[in-house]
Design a protein around this ligand. Structure first.
Ligand code: MG
Length: 231
């Protein structure tokens, strides 16, 4: 188990997980772009990968040009995306023990909600970009409810949400895979990382457990609860 869990930690846990490529086995945003994106979306992605565009700008530009409406995109997500193994078991354990479990994402709320609804997990709270749709069901705007007031151009901040849970007295378990997850990994109490986030944590000397599914997370939460109840 991660050494940052100590026997003296009496805080109730909270589980916060990234969505694309973390809770979901796929990058659902890219899944939708591959199917419905304007042909220019890969050029925009190249500019994002080269560091010329932020994730926020890349996502805003590409989803505004989607060739499908909300219903079509949500149906596609339900048919083609899935959660990583043990996500449902972790969610059930958290519900049974009144442990908050939330998705925190720089992605768009409607495609996250589609997968939650499609897998019977509608009640999991989502902190994500609020997408606005026009009368035809096409994406027409975005709202960022979890941005730093002094830096709205950066979009939502995952670290802000982690801190909010810590201020409420929680030991925060965080799972992520990407650049936008790193700031949350810097402040979370127990970190699970893979892909780019794992490399960034390695480089920064931030302790983390690798993962490819939620089995190790469930085990860590169960051990934490056993220590909390038995200690
Ligand atoms: Mg991700």
């Amino acid at each position: 188990m991660n050494a940052r869990i100590s026997a003296t930690d009496r805080r109730k846990p909270a589980v916060l997980t990234d969505f694309d490529d973390t809770a979901a086995a796929q990058n659902v945003a890219e899944l939708l772009l591959h199917e419905f994106g304007h042909p220019s979306w890969t050029d925009v992605r190249e500019r994002f990968r080269a560091g010329e565009l932020s994730l926020k700008d890349y996502q805003e530009a590409t989803f505004l040009r989607m060739r499908a409406d909300k219903d079509a995109m949500q149906s596609y997500v339900r048919a083609h995306a899935n959660f990583r193994p043990y996500f449902a078991e972790l969610s059930a354990f958290c519900r049974a023990h009144s442990i908050p479990m939330c998705i925190i994402s720089q992605g768009l709320d409607f495609y996250i909600q589609a997968l939650l609804d499609g897998s019977g997990q509608s009640e999991i709270p989502v902190y994500a970009v609020a997408t606005e749709f026009d009368g035809r069901g096409r994406v027409c705007g975005y709202r960022y409810d979890f941005a730093y007031p002094e830096a709205p151009h950066l979009g939502n901040s995952k670290a802000l949400i982690v801190r909010r849970f810590q201020e409420q007295g929680h030991h925060v378990f965080f799972m992520g895979d990407g650049r936008s997850d790193f700031e949350a990994g810097e402040v979370a109490d127990t970190v699970f990382a893979h892909r780019q986030m794992a490399a960034m944590c390695d480089e920064a000397g931030i302790e983390f457990s690798p993962f490819t599914d939620f089995g190790p997370v469930l085990e860590a939460i169960q051990q934490y609860m056993a220590a909390l109840n038995g200690g």
